[in-house]
Design a protein around this ligand. Structure first.
Ligand code: NAD
Length: 492
């Protein structure tokens, strides 16, 4: 049974792409399920002038494809209000303050305020500071801040932003969105690990040889070129999404499944991530940029991209954790655009038996057994598979790899909330489990800054991979030099 959340949401960036594509649809689904009902309202803001009615029309248009009961969408839209506002003008906040006070009374939201920043990151600090200075905070219920990515461009800018946010909000009031943490199978990592002794007992350097995380995109930069060219794969994907996934794979079991306990363990894991020296970083990171393919332009020739751009559209890295559980086990990660397919998966490669009794060197079969591999399919399919060795059916005795597989059905996947719905719900409930804490972000930036500083000085040899491949050859060499291979490899 859904419990109703009483909340007054202030949305900065209410006419933006994210709001229209993800936020209103997520709120509508929460409304349909009863997590939001009579006692909620949203005050949208952006620079455009618009009436409440026009804003409600915009919201209705955003949710028009979601099946709904008669009149449900219209009822929902009546909870939406609008106030034109330039976030850089302190005097404009007075309008918001007065409107919020009215809406709080009208909808009985009991002083619960959630501020959602869905706009360009250069405004985040200014908004936070003005929320307090101009009296938008409540003394009655809660004050929470939900903030979009990116959280800084490096450690220094992230720290500056965090210091600005901290002038208004305590750490436990801040919800930093990383939508990968809203994905079903990313959340499932913890159930899989801590719910199954058969897995967790082997989850260490005695049994695991290496772990691989791949976030592969098939598309290029599309309409995000302007933003992407100033960001690149390292900042856009590795520093946040990949580091969050890796932290869940590497963390120790929390004392209890509460947000505080999970957070403590993720932070501890990231503290033991080896921060490379510049020369180690150069050896353990690979960057790439896609070239042209047939009629498709090279990255440098995409609209909105600098024709001499040195921005990486691919990154791979080897991460090492210096702690008792993981010492000696590499975590290989990679992500890129215009790769072979769109998918996210994690491959946990177990060590082979010390002795392979099924090998038959006399017949040229030096190694019969394959590694056991646990694959977590994050998307588009959701589930996991465990590769085991089994006897090949038939006369004689040879072994072959077989899969124990669980894939979520299409109907289960349809039922599963989208990341933004899940995360909005968690923020309304005040649950931080699936949000990134400042300490996690700080460790991730410190790790990433070393290679970024190096790459910013050294001119890359771009382009260096073909669309439809799995990135530059150096990404395979990163593993080959350790005697290993990517489990998902087109060249098998
Ligand atoms: P957008 O450019 O589409 O929208 C920005 C919004 O901010 C608009 O409503 C605009 O009117 C408003 N705005 C701009 N300047 C303003 C000012 N001075 N005062 C008041 N309002 C102002 O951006 P978006 O794509 O919706 O992204 C919003 C945030 O979400 C960004 O932090 C982005 O990185 C993040 N994000 C977006 C996506 C996506 O798919 N669009 C995905 C992940 C994260």
């Amino acid at each position: 049974m859904a419990t109703e959340n009483k909340a007054l949401i202030t949305l900065f960036g209410a006419t933006g792409d994210l709001a229209k594509r993800k936020l209103y649809t997520s709120l509508f689904k929460l409304y349909q399920k009863g997590y939001l009902a009579d006692h909620f309202a949203l005050l949208g803001t952006s620079r455009h002038e618009m009436s409440d009615e026009e804003f409600q029309e915009m919201v209705l248009d955003s949710i028009k494809d979601i099946p709904a009961k008669d009149g449900e969408a219209e009822e929902f839209s009546k909870h939406f209000f609008y106030c034109a506002h330039d976030v850089t003008k302190p005097e404009h906040y007075a309008k918001l303050r007065d409107r919020l006070a009215e809406l709080d009374k009208q909808f009985g939201t009991e002083g619960n305020r959630l501020f959602y920043m869905s706009m360009a990151p250069q405004f985040f600090g200014t908004i936070a500071i003005n929320i307090k200075k101009q009296g938008l905070l409540t003394d009655d219920g809660y004050n929470r801040l939900v903030i979009e990515k990116p959280f800084g461009r490096d450690f220094d800018s992230a720290k500056k932003l965090n210091d600005e946010l901290s002038q208004t909000f305590e750490e436990n009031q801040i919800f930093r969105i990383d939508h990968y943490l809203g994905k079903e199978m990313v959340q499932n990592i913890q159930a899989l690990r801590f719910g199954n002794p058969v897995i967790e007992a082997l989850w260490n350097n005695r049994y695991i040889d290496n772990i691989q995380v791949t976030l592969s995109e098939k598309l290029g930069v599309e309409e995000r070129a302007g933003y992407y060219d100033h960001s690149g794969a390292l900042r856009d994907m590795l520093q946040n999404h990949i580091m969050q996934v890796v932290a869940q794979l590497a963390m120790e079991e929390p004392v209890a499944f509460t947000d505080d306990d999970v957070r403590v363990e993720k932070i501890k894991a990231l503290r033991s991530l080896r921060v490379y020296t510049p020369s180690q970083a150069a050896a353990n990171f690979v960057r790439g940029q896609y070239g042209a393919e047939g009629s498709q332009p090279a990255y440098r020739n995409e609209d909105g991209v600098d024709p001499e751009s040195g921005t990486e559209t691919f990154v791979a890295a080897k991460l090492m954790f210096d702690n008792y559980r993981w010492s000696g086990v590499p975590f290989y990660v990679r992500t890129g655009k215009k790769l072979a397919d769109k998918f996210t998966r994690i491959d946990v490669v177990f060590k082979k038996p010390l002795i392979d009794i099924f090998a038959n060197p006399n017949s040229g079969n030096e190694q019969a057994l394959h590694s056991n591999v646990l694959t977590i399919f994050v998307e588009p399919k959701s589930g996991f598979a465990l590769q085991l060795n089994a006897k090949h059916v038939g006369q004689g005795y040879t072994t072959e790899p077989v899969d124990l597989k669980f894939l979520q059905s299409d109907s289960a996947k349809k039922e599963s909330p989208e990341p933004y719905e899940r995360l909005f719900h968690d923020a309304l409930e005040g649950n931080h489990t699936n949000f990134a804490s400042w300490a996690e972000i700080a460790y991730a930036w410190k790790f990433v800054d070393v290679i970024r500083n190096l790459w910013d000085i050294e001119k890359p040899q771009f382009p260096n991979y073909t669309p439809g491949s799995m990135g530059p050859a150096a990404a395979s060499e990163l593993l080959a030099r350790d005697g290993r291979k990517w489990v998902y490899d087109l060249n098998k």
